[in-house]
Design a protein around this ligand. Structure first.
Ligand code: ACO
Length: 329
């Protein structure tokens, strides 16, 4: 019995912020943002719209496309660093309630941009061990809730959105999730950090005065580590599965920066036409980035049943992961 990606769905909020909008907000230019990141625009959730709202819409679409009933879902894993609530309830529990799914294993995981691949590894283990039959995995973020819109080094990079997939069992290896690898190195924990609000720096006037509730990033250091780690990661998973980049139909990297994606794809000798690129339209949506990218390729009719995707991700923690996934829609 193998785990397989049975369906995909995504949701993008209505409000769009273009690079020109940012020119009016901070000392930046459309040219700088495009040149350094490849980003042109990103979507921002409404004030009353929460991460669980985005997640629920993406999840409902993924479940509908799976052909399953709500009652068939026996696990929900939501990857997010922008949960509705600081400690509890988990966003997965809120999503379960909004979808109308009861008596289900539901929890959140925090692995920043790598969250969706981490969630996939857990869903795979649940299915292959026989513990669960149909696990809904979600990557959902309202990054705008932790972005400081006066910090030009970070605010232009991030967007909001959600992606979801149903992971179910299959007996056909050609339709399976072949492998998922996840890893982390806490030594670099300060490369991407929201320092305030946790038990180390509980919410206080000092936290607010110092803007510690917002995301901070050592962009340049993260960039270098991202290229090396993402490259090493994909070579490892391909070698372990006796595959080369020629065997891959679609390379789906985390959508943080076009230059990072390009550098990794070149090292992999990956055909440019096989690289899934959505960063220009969505910016970096953290845990939602990979499922939103898969969904866009599916909706545009590019991703076909049985094709093999190579997922590759990297994010705060630091965390990273890769996966070899057949699309089984
Ligand atoms: N507009 C204009 N200038 C800017 C902007 C901006 N929006 N932001 C920074 N600059 C300036 C800097 O102040 C600096 O100026 P200086 O030379 O006078 O000091 C100059 O541009 C260069 O800054 P760098 O940080 O060196 O720029 P870099 O080329 O590294 O690009 C970026 C910055 C886009 C953040 C890049 O480093 C990057 O993409 N890093 C990796 C991001 C990533 O992968 N994160 C992991 C996932 S995120 C997650 O897990 C939530």
């Amino acid at each position: 019995m193998y785990a397989s990606l049975k369906s995909i769905g995504a949701y993008v909020p209505e409000k769009k912020l273009t690079n020109l909008d940012f020119e009016k907000m901070v000392d930046t230019t459309d040219a700088w943002i495009q040149q350094r990141t490849g980003i042109k625009e990103r979507y921002i959730a409404g004030e009353d719209e929460t991460t669980s709202d985005l997640a629920t819409k993406a999840a409902a679409l993924a479940i509908e496309r799976s052909g399953l009933e709500l009652s068939d879902i026996d696990g929900i894993i939501c990857a997010t660093i922008t949960p509705d609530f600081f400690c509890m309830p988990s966003t997965a529990c809120v999503v379960a309630d909004k979808l109308g799914i009861k008596y289900v294993t539901a929890f959140d995981i925090s692995a920043a941009c790598s969250g969706f691949v981490y969630a996939m590894s857990m869903a795979k283990a649940f299915i292959e061990s026989g513990m669960k039959k149909n696990v809904l995995i979600i990557g959902a973020e309202k990054m705008s809730s932790i972005v400081d819109y006066s910090d030009r080094a970070t605010c232009v990079l991030f967007g909001d959105g959600a992606g979801a997939a149903v992971i179910s069992a299959t007996e056909d290896k050609k339709k399976a999730i072949l492998d998922v690898k996840t890893s982390a190195d806490g030594e670099y924990q300060d490369f991407l950090i929201t320092a305030g609000g946790g038990s180390k720096n509980p919410c206080s006037q000092h936290v607010l005065n110092e803007k510690m509730q917002y995301l901070k990033m050592k962009g340049n250091e993260t960039f270098k580590l991202a290229v090396n780690t993402l490259t090493k990661d994909v070579f490892e998973i391909l070698d372990d599965n006796k595959l080369t980049s020629n065997d891959i139909d679609w390379f789906v990297p985390h959508q943080a920066n076009y230059r990072i994606i390009n550098a990794v794809a070149k090292k992999l000798k990956m055909d440019e036409d096989k690289v899934v690129l959505t960063v220009a339209g969505y910016g970096n949506t953290s845990a939602a980035s990979i499922p939103m990218a898969i969904n866009k390729w599916y909706e545009e009719g590019k991703l076909k049943d049985g094709e093999l995707m190579l997922l590759d991700t990297f994010g705060g923690g630091l965390t990273w992961g890769s996966a070899l996934v057949h699309f089984n829609a």
